[in-house]
Design a protein around this ligand. Structure first.
Ligand code: 5RP
Length: 216
C-alpha cells in the first residue's frame, strides 16, 4: 500500500468513533479521507466544527452542516491528522498551516482521535520542521528567539494562515521535553501558537500500517 492508502485505512477506522452529536474535524490529506467517509454517515451527526477553511469547503460540498465552535459547546470527539507523533501521543502538527484552529478545537473536545500513516510515528519529535504561527510584525523577533532555543527558523513564504498570520518552520529541533518546549515557544511575544501538541496530546492514535490498523 502507498502512503495515501495507509492514510485512508486510518481514516476508515476513525469512523467507528463517530457516535452522533457534533464532530470536530481537522485538516490535511488524511482528514480529507475522513471527511469523504464522514459524508456517508452524515445522517448520524448534527454537524461538524471545522479547523480550517479548506476542511469547511470540503465538508460543505458533501452537505455536512458546519457549526460555529461558539455555538457548539464542548465536543465529544475531535479527529485530526499529524505530521509526527510519539508513542506518548505528543504531536507535531501544522504542516498544512491550520495549527491554531486545530489546537482550539482539540482543546474544546473530550476525545482527540489522531489518524496517520505509520511513517508519522517517531521516537523524538522534531525531524519534521516545527510549524509556528506568528503575528506578521513579530516575524524577526520570534525567529531570533527560536534560534536561541536551538532551531533554524524558515519563513513559509507566500503563505498566510486562515487567521491572517505567517508561519515559521523551525528546522533542527530535537524536542526531548515537548510540554516544556510548547510552553516556552508559546510564551514568546508574537507567537500565536506552536505546532507542538503535548499539553493537550491526542487520546488515541490510529496508525495505518501494511498489516492493518495499529491503535495506541
Ligand atoms: C494541518 C495538520 C495536518 O494534520 C498535518 O499536516 C498532517 O497532514 P496530512 O494528513 O496531509 O499528512 O496539522 O495543519
Amino acid at each position: 500500500m502507498n502512503q495515501d492508502e495507509l492514510k485512508r485505512v486510518a481514516a476508515e477506522a476513525a469512523i467507528d468513533y463517530v457516535d452522533g452529536g457534533i464532530i470536530g474535524v481537522g485538516t490535511g490529506s488524511t482528514i480529507n479521507h475522513f471527511i469523504d467517509l464522514l459524508a456517508k454517515v452524515k445522517h448520524k451527526i448534527d454537524g461538524a466544527v471545522s479547523s480550517s477553511e479548506a476542511s469547511t469547503e470540503r465538508m460543505r460540498t458533501h452537505g455536512i452542516p458546519i457549526i460555529d465552535l461558539n455555538a457548539a459547546g464542548e465536543l465529544d470527539l475531535y479527529v485530526d491528522g499529524a505530521d509526527e507523533s510519539t508513542k506518548n501521543l505528543h504531536l507535531i502538527k501544522g504542516g498544512g498551516g491550520a495549527l491554531t484552529r486545530e489546537k482550539i478545537v482539540a482543546g474544546a473536545s473530550r476525545k482527540f482521535v489522531c489518524i496517520a500513516d505509520v511513517s508519522k510515528l517517531v521516537s523524538v519529535l522534531g525531524e519534521f520542521p516545527l510549524p509556528i504561527e506568528v503575528i506578521p510584525m513579530a516575524r524577526s523577533h520570534v525567529a531570533r528567539q527560536l534560534v536561541k532555543l536551538g532551531g533554524t527558523p524558515v519563513w513559509r513564504e507566500n503563505f498566510t494562515t486562515d487567521n491572517g498570520n505567517i508561519i515559521l518552520d523551525a528546522h533542527n529541533m530535537r524536542i526531548l521535553e515537548p510540554r516544556k518546549m510548547e510552553q516556552e515557544i508559546n510564551n514568546i511575544a508574537g507567537v500565536v501558537t506552536t505546532g507542538i501538541f503535548a499539553i493537550r496530546p491526542a487520546d488515541v492514535l490510529i496508525l495505518g500500517t501494511e498489516e492493518g490498523i495499529k491503535t495506541l
